[in-house]
Design a protein around this ligand. Structure first.
Ligand code: HEM
Length: 570
């Protein structure tokens, strides 16, 4: 068939083809054309098809060479910027680094060698200087999220690149993340944490030796997913409930698809045509992968439909699963809007996209951070004992019996618990490498970021992994897990550490900084306090270190995809 199309484009009559055997497909075209009796045309096709392939290849080579020359000689970025030479020419090397999951470590070594600004692509820079945080991610920034965010499912607050569109959406969503809203969902979070503790306890009881080897990464992810289900979707995924329930089966299916979206995002970033092709091939596994985002969004759509059917749009309060207490979810707030702030509710399709996206943003970040915190405590038994002692003293002060939960407000006042969480966010940030932003045309010419003048269209990002290991901020031994650095340092240095912590993607008032951090801290503190209080936590063995080696595919994913810990009762 290619031959028929080439009939129209016989611009290469001079090209000669000497061997018919080399081009069997052209021979076939020739025979078919002979049937319609146009020998001249057939001969032209015979010549044109192979020469088209050669021409296309030559054109591709010329365009690659032209691009390399353009990148090398006419780049709008200063040639003096340090970094690997290949970064000046092409993005291919950083793409390969990304596929290996080692972006954070590779950029870290480059920053250590070259300093706080490095070039990592023809139009891309990485920063590790805290001074660049506000310019790139702070209030009033003129940098926008890079087009790479289009690969993350459907357009909602998380993906939006246009600042006006984002501001508008944020105004209608952000009221659900206020501290009052978050405090109202504390009983729901506590319930899920208690389910996690019961699950661990039942595993210990089933064991002859009365200890349990558990994959804490899995269980912490399930906890975070159940919390998201409860507070964002208005119904639990039930992954930590006992028994084989429909919710539990749905939850397991949802998790499979949630996992698959990561593969899909990777494929879409590196080779969009393959991602598109996958859905067209008659291979079930590939089709499941290609449909993974649809399932994630379907879940949000169904959750909203069920919610409205059961509770209407104005109730605002929902009976909990036991039918006893009344509670408010973040979904009920989204459905109602906020009269005080004059915030109209979003349309239903927008709400279902938002709750699906926010569940995505909330689950693995919080789950992985909790697993790393427990791993750090298992590696550092002395800190674990001190944390338990802090909890014991607190119970004595509060007059709380050992089986009663400590409230989040109480836990907020515990310095060591705070230090453990902050050290985990610092060393094991759940997005350890680049959060890519693009400088825009709105930038006045010659705008400087981190001492470099940048033209519009440059990709810029902060590398949390390096920033969080800066000896100038975190002292001489930044690799050491030392919760005390958040407690005993002088006020100025603790404030500086706090200001430089980039785990939530920017300064507190930044337009794209994580709005769920209050809920995340509540979940982390309630879970760490409950688990450390009831269980002695150790490494299963030296293999756990290997499992927990950091890999980042945008989000942090432990190399072994598990965290094997040994739990026994105190
Ligand atoms: C330890 C837990 C968490 C960490 C470390 C974390 C970290 C982050 C980071 C780094 C970003 C910026 C992403 C970017 O710019 O590409 C972000 C954005 C976001 N996070 Fe979180 N997050 C956590 C938990 C949560 C939770 C629990 C929620 C919701 C309940 C949430 C909701 C969001 C949303 C909606 C955004 C997008 C904000 C926007 O673009 O306007 N996160 N988070």
């Amino acid at each position: 068939m290619r031959g028929y199309h080439s009939v129209k484009t016989t611009q290469h009559p001079g090209r000669l083809c000497t061997s018919q055997a080399k081009f069997p497909c052209t021979r076939q075209s020739t025979i078919r054309l002979r049937r319609i009796g146009n020998k001249t045309m057939a001969f032209k096709v015979y010549l044109a098809a192979p020469s088209m392939a050669v021409t296309a290849t030559l054109l591709a080579i010329v365009s690659v060479i032209a691009r390399i020359i353009n990148n090398l000689l006419f780049s709008s970025l200063p040639a003096s910027l340090p970094g690997p030479f290949i970064a000046k020419i092409s993005n291919i090397w950083i793409t390969i680094v990304d596929l290996s999951g080692l972006r954070a470590q590779v950029l870290h070594r480059l920053h250590q060698k070259h300093g706080p600004v490095i070039r990592i692509g023809p139009k891309e820079l990485s920063f590790s200087d805290p001074g660049a945080i506000t310019t790139i991610y702070g209030p009033g920034t003129t940098c926008v999220k890079s087009p790479a965010y289009n690969n993350f499912g459907r357009q909602g607050m998380f993906q939006m690149q246009n600042p006006d569109q984002h501001r508008h959406r944020q105004r209608r969503v952000s009221h659900i993340f206020g501290t009052t809203s978050t405090s109202q969902v504390e009983p729901l979070v506590q319930r899920v944490v208690n389910n996690l503790v019961s699950t661990m306890q039942s595993k210990i009881e089933l064991d002859k030796e009365k200890h349990a080897v558990v994959d804490m990464l899995h269980w912490c992810r399930m906890m975070a997913l159940d919390v998201s289900g409860e507070v964002l979707m208005g119904k639990s995924f039930g992954t930590l409930e006992t028994g084989d329930t429909k919710e539990k089966r749905d939850g397991a299916r949802y998790v499979r698809h949630l996992d698959a979206t990561y593969t899909l995002v990777g494929l879409q970033s590196f080779c969009p045509p393959i991602a598109r092709l996958m859905g067209l091939l008659p291979v079930e596994r590939l089709q499941v992968l290609a449909r993974s985002w649809d399932v994630v969004y379907q879940y949000g759509e169904e959750a909203l439909r069920e919610y409205v059917k059961q509770h209407g749009r104005t109730g605002g309060e929902v009976l909990d699963t036991a039918g006893m207490k009344r509670r408010k979810t973040l979904l009920s707030k989204l459905v109602q809007g906020n009269e005080e702030l004059g915030t109209e509710p979003l349309a239903d399709d927008e709400i279902s996209v938002e709750i699906s996206n926010i569940t995505f943003a909330a689950t693995d970040t919080t789950g992985t951070t909790a697993a790393y915190a427990l791993y750090r405590l298992a590696c550092n038994k002395a800190w674990q004992d001190r944390l338990r002692e802090e909890l014991r003293q607190c119970r004595i002060r509060e007059g709380k019996p050992s089986d009663e939960d400590l409230s989040f407000a109480t836990l907020q006042s515990l310095p060591l618990l705070h230090g453990v969480v902050m050290e985990t966010l610092r060393l094991d940030s759940s997005v350890p490498s680049s959060l890519p932003r693009m400088t825009t045309r709105l930038l006045p010419p010659g705008t400087v970021i981190g001492g470099v003048t940048l033209p519009p269209g440059t990709l810029v990002s902060m590398q949390a992994y390096t920033l969080h290991r800066d000896p100038g901020i975190y002292g001489d031994n930044p690799e050491l897990f030392n919760p005390a650095r958040w407690i005993s340092g002088d006020v100025g240095s603790v404030q500086r550490m706090q200001d430089s912590l980039f785990a939530f993607g920017g300064p507190k008032e930044g337009p794209r900084t994580c709005p769920g951090q209050h809920l995340a801290l509540m979940e982390l503190k309630l879970a760490l306090a409950a688990l450390t209080w009831r269980f002695d936590i150790s490494l299963k063995g030296p293999n756990t270190h290997e499992e927990m080696e950091m890999r980042s595919y945008f989000s942090l994913v432990p190399k072994g995809h598990r965290c094997s810990l040994l739990l026994c009762n105190i």
